[in-house]
Design a protein around this ligand. Sequence first.
Ligand code: A2P
Length: 215
Amino acid sequence: GQLEEMSLPLYFGWFLLSSIQDKVRCTAMDFLKTLDTLEAFKKHLIDFTGKAEVDLEEYFEAKGTLHCTTKFCDYGKAEGAKEYAEKPAVKDFYGSAFELSLSALFVTPRTVGARVSLTEEQLLLWPADAEKEAGSPSMPLGNRAHVTLGCAEGVEPVQTGLDLLEILALQQEGHQGELIEEMELGSLTYYGEGRWLLSLREPICSPACFSSFYG
Ligand code: A2P
């Protein structure tokens, strides 16, 4: 019935402290602004939009409160939703505070996001099949962890984790990417096809509450 449908959330995840959300949004905006002006970005712009010009700050739409999804449950309709909600770690840590480490920012023609580097304890809350579900069965557990910062028009946020996995798969296959420059925030690498990764010199540490979102 309808009540049963409401018993599982849209998703579980870590929700960033609101003051840090502002900081992360600002950092991402600054990064997009800088990226936009780089000669290297202009040189590869054709991979990005096929157009002669792009305003990255307008290109991406922000998506709600910043969080790192652990399990997308779709109110119970997603595979493994119930099993996840019943995991002892999920029950034990529900409502607990964590410190998330945002270790990189990435931009593709579809999404902009932050990579989240999970600790061993945080991995207890990570679904065992998250990478497999994304079509990357050989990727280490937790590699998909991210915060969606924005999506291009018509792109769903689920794409952000897939874009991150694509970049990490290239790295894993031994592609170094093209080191573009050392920026104040960290080193910027280009992976082709409009995929950019900024490894943060200082990861952004954010307090985050493990909880769920019903929508
Ligand atoms: P993400 O975690 O990349 O931000 P929506 O608004 O599309 O219903 O999505 C709600 C949240 O659940 C978003 O955070 C989104 O992506 C995530 N999400 C949506 N679909 C999936 C999916 N199939 N697998 C994993 N996460 C998903």
